[in-house]
Design a protein around this ligand. Structure first.
Ligand SMILES: Cc1ncc(COP(=O)(O)O)c(C=O)c1O
Length: 246
């Protein structure tokens, strides 16, 4: 295992380097580093924007990665996979594209008290802009979500529930479908998960999960790459969240 991570080959004060901050970012295995280097050495070009050989190869690689991600999270279609720069960007994109058109004055957005900042601040800003209300589901002293209270906070004005799968601060693993009400009601569930959980979460997409963002730090993928999954019908209704080039 250690030999797969070139950064761990170095010694610090005569001892092998040990890296424990993987909740913040992961170290990258040789396969990832080599794939990036190979891309820049052999295929680098704009995707979807050139008719020359390199652009075709870069586009093929890009679309192959989309299909691989689709299979990994059991999404129904490859076009449900949106590449973004990271989790924070995925949430901002959803709050801009989905939130701006679906959330109005007096509506409610529900988060939990254990959310990462990136899953609170964009919703706060949206609620301020729209005159909507941000509701926060509580947890107990053990860091577990109080599911009855969460359920009680979901009402007819709840437009979106933004819930992390695993808390990076507490390590709490939240149930993937903790509330009957959001499965049966019109609430859109936006979840974030580390890749390990993504496969099982995606499998449950039919049970009401509409938007899913994969967490970058817990993955071994390069910095600056993230994935947002959205059900086709939802993506089709969403206006562009960003204008111009990528
Ligand atoms: C739970 C959680 N959500 C979101 C983020 C932000 O991720 P990104 O840097 O991809 O925007 C992190 C980063 O550590 C995280 O742990």
């Amino acid at each position: 295992m250690r030999k797969d991570f070139p950064i761990l080959e170095q010694q610090v004060r005569g001892k092998p380097l040990v890296y424990l901050d993987s909740a913040a970012t992961s170290q990258k295995p040789r396969a990832v580093i080599e794939a990036i280097a190979r891309y820049y050495q052999e295929d680098n070009a704009n995707v979807h924007r050139g008719v020359h050989l390199l652009s075709e190869r870069a586009t093929q690689a890009y679309e192959a990665a989309r299909e691989k991600t689709q299979r990994f999270i059991h999404a129904a279609h490859a076009h449900e996979i949106v590449f973004v720069r990271g989790t924070t960007e995925a949430i901002n994109l959803v709050s801009q594209a989905y939130g701006r058109t679906r959330v109005g004055a007096g509506d409610e957005v529900l988060v939990t008290v254990m959310e990462h900042h990136s899953n609170i601040v964009p919703w706060q800003l949206l609620c301020e802009e729209k005159g909507a209300i941000l509701r926060v589901a509580p947890m107990d002293d053990e860091g577990q979500l109080l599911l009855d209270e969460l359920e009680g906070l979901i009402g007819p004005r709840t437009k979106l529930l933004a819930l992390g799968h695993v808390s990076n601060a507490l390590g709490t693993i939240n149930p993937s479908a903790p509330s009957r009400r959001w499965r049966t009601g019109g609430t859109c569930r936006c979840s974030s998960t580390a890749p390990g959980g993504a496969a099982s979460r995606g499998r449950r997409a039919g049970a009401g999960l509409r938007l899913l963002r994969l967490l970058r730090p817990q993955a071994v993928r390069p910095t600056g790459i993230g994935v947002l999954y959205g059900k086709s019908d939802l993506l089709e209704q969403m206006p562009p969240g960003r204008a111009g080039a990528t």
